[in-house]
Design a protein around this ligand. Structure first.
Ligand SMILES: [Zn+2]
Length: 547
């Protein structure tokens, strides 16, 4: 072999190796996250026999389910749940300590996504002054933006502002939520004006077509065997209806405009219709730069209906059967628009819900309502007798005691003595399992899983100094007697579904214990991007099937 030939041969081999190494990184074209607000894990199986093949069962059949996924923070409410799913982080780090929370040293209230520096688009006043500015860490959606030099598109959609804004993160192209008369609105944080396609969608008054049919049961009413008889005292009812029963005629639903759609199963259909429009109009999943896009959707109607009617209500069963059909349709749409197997889908919940208290107690279950001794008014009277000053407790919201630090400082009161007085007083209240001074978490006698959740959740500036943990199925004294609520560490509030399907996902299921904070780092692993900057979760590698 002459030298020149050898030279060209080696160059050729070298170039071939270069080309061989330039194969592009494989990623899904689109990630679709779906948070079903207030979906208990057991709704997957409670209504299993009634689901069709294309919705929940398609995910369970072709995707992966983490059957024992728990929330690792307190309280288990909407804003914190959505934040944890998308940040892999906990309130002590991400700073979202409630839907509403109180700044401990000033006593000022703050709404999780309030931002007075921005204006609404399509909405006036407070409902438009919204952004992710109070969120102190990055989201997985933010990290995707960073990883692709902002070429990925990220859009958040939910009826609730917080269900849309917190998942979409700081760098989103847009987040949309509900404005007047069921229109989709945003704020100047994201955009200068609502895009044409959003204005057109709003102009079509698309929600009306659902409400004009009324809310009838999807199947014959006698087939709803998983629910209580429809007319019972444990359920609240929709405004303008005489009883908590179906059907609800169109005239009743439409009496006060379209906004009522959020309290019907059609709020889910309507949200997914808007999500589909966003996929089409924004070309999500068909990014011209060949990078993944991210659509973060949250369904809020499941929470509204759950709160009103309760876990055992026929209305809730009907809603999940309808949601199952909506999901089947949504997957068919994504298969067509993005391509089957080309997108990664995951479904989870921000929290669950407990059984209705009177229902539970009537059936001889243990539970109750905490007496007025746990109320701010009562505690303030007791403190006044002991320390001589009024209103030392500012709030007991979110099961946390916030103190009046202005008075404590001005009157030079002994804060440690006040705290210890409150802890002692609260421990004597019926229904209180623990009353915990957050500064003595490490030495307090508290069951370890609860201690961990409390430590995860204690943000010095945005949490109260004492936390109350009620016994299972015990509620605050002012809680509604109808429907349901949530907020505690108990499995009914904290055991959530975690389902995955599509690109990069194996078929299977796991019963090992996993946490809400594991979702974001799993998505990071799947996408080959950095996990969010406050992440404390661990990637769930058992589901990955990466090319
Ligand atoms: Zn919620």
């Amino acid at each position: 072999m002459n030298k020149r030939f050898l030279f060209f041969f080696l160059c050729g081999f070298y170039c071939y190796s270069c080309f061989a190494q330039t194969e592009a990184l494989k990623r899904p074209k689109l990630v679709v996250g779906l948070v079903v607000d207030q979906m208990r894990w057991d709704y997957l199986y409670r209504f299993y026999d009634r689901y069709g093949e294309g919705g929940f069962k398609r995910i369970l059949r072709t995707g992966f389910s983490h059957e024992n996924t728990y929330i690792d923070h307190l309280p288990t409410v909407t804003a914190i749940g959505h934040t944890a799913v998308y940040t892999g982080s906990v309130p002590s780090i991400h700073g979202i300590t409630g839907n509403d929370f109180i700044i401990e040293h000033t006593g000022q209230g703050m709404y999780c996504t309030e931002d007075a520096t921005v204006q609404g688009l399509g909405v006036e006043g407070r409902k438009g002054h919204m952004s992710p500015r109070n969120l102190l860490v990055s989201t997985i959606t933010d990290e995707l933006k960073l990883a692709t030099n902002f070429r990925s598109k990220v859009i958040g959609i939910a009826i609730k502002d917080r269900g849309s804004i917190l998942p979409a993160g700081h760098f989103a192209d847009a987040a949309y939520w509900f404005g007047p008369d069921a229109s989709w609105v945003s704020s100047t944080y994201y955009l200068k004006a609502l895009p044409q396609w959003v204005q057109q969608f709003n102009g079509r008054q698309h929600g009306r077509k659902y409400l004009e049919k009324g809310w009838n049961t999807l199947y014959p009413i006698e087939s709803y065997k998983q629910s209580s008889p429809d007319n019972n005292r444990y359920e609240g009812h929709l405004e303008g209806t005489a009883s908590p029963t179906l059907p609800i005629p169109a005239e009743t639903l439409l009496k006060n405009g379209l906004e009522v759609i959020r309290d019907t199963p059609f709020g889910n259909s309507y949200t997914l219709d808007f999500a589909k429009e966003a996929v089409k109009q924004e070309r999500l999943g068909n990014n011209p730069e060949h990078v993944p896009d991210f659509l973060a959707v949250s369904l809020s109607s499941t929470d509204g209906i759950g709160h009103k009617f309760g876990v055992n209500a026929l209305e809730v069963e009907d809603m999940y059967l309808r949601l199952d059909q909506d999901l089947a349709e949504f997957f068919d749409f994504l298969d067509g628009e993005v391509g089957k197997g080309e997108y990664t889908f995951f479904l989870t919940a921000d929290h669950g819900a407990s059984h209705n208290n009177p229902f539970f107690i009537d059936h001889k279950g243990a539970g109750g309502y905490m007496p007025q001794e746990a109320s701010a008014d009562y505690l303030n009277q007791a403190l006044k007798q002991q320390f001589g000053y009024d209103s030392l407790v500012i709030s007991t919201a979110n099961y946390q005691i916030h103190l009046n630090h202005a008075t404590i400082a001005a009157k030079e009161l002994n804060e440690a003595a006040i705290r210890s007085f409150l802890v002692k007083a609260l421990r004597r209240v019926e229904g209180v399992a623990y009353a915990v001074d957050m500064d003595s978490l490490s030495t307090g006698t508290i069951a370890q899983p609860i201690r961990e959740r409390l430590i995860n959740s204690y943000h010095y500036e945005r949490s109260g100094v004492i936390t109350i943990i009620p016994y299972p199925q015990w509620k605050g004294g002012n809680s509604s007697q109808t429907g349901t609520g949530h907020g505690t560490w108990n499995p009914y509030d904290a055991h959530i579904p975690l389902l995955w399907m599509g690109w990069g996902i194996k078929q299977g299921a796991s019963n090992r214990v996993t946490f809400m904070t594991d979702i974001a780092p799993t998505l990071a692993a799947l996408l080959h991007i950095q996990e969010p900057n406050g992440n404390v979760g661990r990637p769930l590698t058992d589901l990955l099937n990466l090319p």
